[in-house]
Design a protein around this ligand. Structure first.
Ligand code: MN
Length: 277
């Protein structure tokens, strides 16, 4: 499978340092948003990129590779910062081969996000591990109010020093002409989905798309570090090796029983919006 991609990151207008890190090197695309005092957040996100960098350059990776990688980030982080509290979000997508077809393994822990732009529609693939997401899920908070909520920065999971990382995974077909956006919360707290979709729709070059998304978020306030990775799957006519027999990109939460059970996404939450009152 052939991909083209672009990436951009910016300190923003308020934070003294950029504690976001990113990796865009096939078959792995990810962002990490570090947190912790005394530059520990910077260390945490850079460790994540270093570990994922070890998968770069391969044709494909396996879900076990990604899961092991996240485990190593936690392990190295504990070694690096000792008893200090530090952590990082990790969100991204990696090319995996599944029954002979190319798929994206989307992974997430924390509130960085993975979106898919396909057929004119923007869809958030990852689910935030955050207090406001839980409030939205329980029906307590309207999704439109989540971006303004005072607790919007409080996350409920991270790759950190205090517990074993507990990421979610999704396996989605890598369909020709699909575009993925991986970003830190500094982008999504400044730009809403409509603004993000407009930029992804109007900028065909992935590097220009990433640059302009980050620039727009900084312009909109830049209250946090901002990072974006944009990945395009080459159109079928340009890449004979893309398997066009892969079903349309609509499948969510697909996981085969024979893939390591320890990496299954957690079951649907009891208070999923669909069943909320
Ligand atoms: Mn952030």
């Amino acid at each position: 499978m052939r991909t083209t991609w672009g990436s951009a990151t910016d300190r923003g207008r308020v934070r003294p340092h950029n504690e976001d890190s990113l990796l865009a090197y096939p078959p792995v695309f990810m962002v990490a948003d570090g947190m912790g005092g005394h530059s520990a957040g910077d260390v945490a996100s850079r460790l994540a990129v270093e570990e994922f960098g070890r998968l770069a350059g391969r044709a494909t990776v396996t879900p076990d590779d990604v899961h092991a990688c996240i485990g190593r980030v936690a392990e190295r982080l504990r070694g690096a910062v000792g008893t200090q509290s530090a952590g990082t979000t990790v969100a991204g997508a990696a090319v995996v081969s599944h029954e002979g077809s190319a798929y994206w393994l989307v992974f997430n822990i924390g509130d960085s996000r993975v979106y898919r732009w396909a057929a004119g529609t923007l869809e958030q693939i990852s689910v935030d591990h955050s207090v406001v997401q839980e409030m939205v899920d329980s029906g307590e908070l309207h999704p439109d109010d989540a971006r303004e909520h005072p607790e919007r920065h409080v996350i409920t999971r991270a790759v950190g020093t205090r517990s074993e990382p507990d990421p979610d995974y999704w396996l989605i077909p890598a369909a020709p002409a699909d575009r993925l956006l991986i970003c830190s919360d500094g982008l999504t707290t400044e730009l809403d989905d409509t603004q993000i979709a407009r930029l992804l729709a109007t900028e065909p070059d992935p590097q220009e798309a990433a640059r302009s998304l980050v620039a727009s978020a900084v312009e909109a306030g830049g209250h946090d570090n901002v990072s974006a990775v944009v990945v395009d799957v080459a159109a079928a006519r340009d890449a004979a090796d893309v398997d066009t027999t892969v079903p349309p990109a609509t499948v969510h939460h697909v996981w085969d029983e024979d893939v390591d059970g320890a990496t299954q996404p957690r079951p649907t939450r009891p208070h999923h919006p669909e069943v909320a009152p």
